[in-house]
Design a protein around this ligand. Structure first.
Ligand SMILES: NC(=O)c1ccc[n+]([C@@H]2O[C@H](COP(=O)([O-])OP(=O)(O)OC[C@H]3O[C@@H](n4cnc5c(N)ncnc54)[C@H](OP(=O)(O)O)[C@@H]3O)[C@@H](O)[C@H]2O)c1
Length: 329
């Protein structure tokens, strides 16, 4: 990150005024991240168009509680000021065109719905299926880039995750259990880097808990550099996504967002975002084969482990059976 430039502080004030006149498209509307980003955009008075896969059900009560269903969340969000719902699917280019029409920026916050583990392990879902990670993390990103390009929208903010080390245990596990979700997220990132768009890619830690400590814990690394993986909250990352819109210096950047030990980070993203620089290092063009090879080795090791354990179990059962027979005879 560069030293804090004067323009990096002045520009956000100017851009936050510009943002009020902005129209922003959002995918991942009902997701835990998307819903919080939409609430923030609405509270800032920003016109927000949200992609929704299912029609609003008028009989459902609006709710945004932690255990609210997607249709309850959709019903709640559709009642917020400045929010418009657009029915469609990000894997469909027509839906993406309708969503981004007239927008100045896209927050691409969608992600594949977690498949049943055995479906992914045994590769039961073909890569061409709209639910496969290739469709959601790669083709849908391509659709958004193409649709945005057609209507002159240059700004895309995309949330992915760490995935540049195909042999890391966590990455292998997610690839094995999630239809190669990490692999296709990385390929989607590469589409953005090659697109000529003003992209910001955000790689957050493990999102899920909302009881994350607050205070000076926020950390950010640009140029796709590494930070130790930690838990982060959906609300932290939702704020980060929206705040990036105020920082033109975050365009063409890859940010890793983690929490750091209390007191060593910042209590807001503003001073961190002010220092962000565009990507300069060369990212691997593709990591697909490395990811697939690592997942195959992972699956083989898992199968070997299960075989060893079941052989041991069979031997143990045989021994117990022999003992029981001995006692009974
Ligand atoms: N959770 C983590 O720890 C973590 C960490 C790093 C990165 N990420 C990434 O962050 C993003 C958001 O995470 P999250 O926790 O908010 O996920 P989430 O709660 O599972 O939400 C996923 C959202 O994507 C939508 N979606 C799925 N397929 C779609 C499609 N074809 N077209 C349009 N929308 C589609 C879902 O809509 P429906 O309601 O219609 O299914 C849902 O709104 C994902 O890209 C995820 O991979 C997550």
């Amino acid at each position: 990150m560069k030293s804090v430039a004067f323009t990096a502080y002045v520009a956000p004030i100017f851009f936050s005024c510009v943002c009020l006149a902005m129209k922003v498209a959002v995918t991942g509307t009902t997701g835990r991240l998307g819903r919080q980003a939409i609430e923030i955009l609405s509270s800032k008075g920003i016109q927000t168009r949200c992609l929704l896969r299912h029609p609003i059900d008028a009989s459902v009560s609006p709710s945004i509680d932690g255990d609210a269903s997607p249709s309850e969340v959709a019903s709640f969000l559709s009642s917020l000021p400045h929010v418009t719902m657009v029915e469609g699917d990000a894997t469909d280019i027509g839906s993406c065109r309708e969503l981004v029409e007239g927008c100045d920026a896209v927050l691409a916050l969608h992600g594949p719905v977690r498949p049943p583990p055995l479906q992914s392990l045994f590769r039961l879902l073909p890569e061409t299926d709209p639910k496969h990670s290739r469709s959601v993390n790669y083709l849908a990103v391509k659709n958004l880039i193409d649709a945005a390009g057609e209507c002159g929208c240059k700004r895309i903010i995309r949330v992915t995750g760490k995935g540049e080390e195909p042999t890391q245990v966590f990455t292998v596990l997610i690839n094995m259990l999630g239809n190669m979700a990490k692999a296709w997220n990385y390929e989607g990132e590469q589409l953005l880097r090659a697109s000529g768009m003003d992209y910001t890619i955000i790689r957050p830690g493990v999102m899920g808990r909302d009881d994350i400590s607050t205070g000076r814990v926020l950390g950010l690394a640009d140029n796709g550099l590494d930070l130790p993986v930690t838990a982060v909250s959906h609300s932290q990352i939702a704020n980060l996504c929206v705040e990036c819109l105020d920082y033109p210096n975050t365009s063409r950047s890859t940010l890793t967002a983690m929490n750091v030990p209390l007191g060593t980070g910042e209590d807001s993203y503003a001073p961190l975002l002010a220092k962000v620089e565009s990507d300069t290092r060369s990212f691997p063009t593709t990591l697909l084969n490395e990811h697939k090879r690592a997942a195959r080795i992972g699956a083989a090791m898992l199968a070997a482990l299960v075989a060893i354990m079941s052989t041991g179990l069979a031997a143990a059962l045989k021994a117990i059976g022999g003992l029981v027979m001995g006692v009974l005879s």
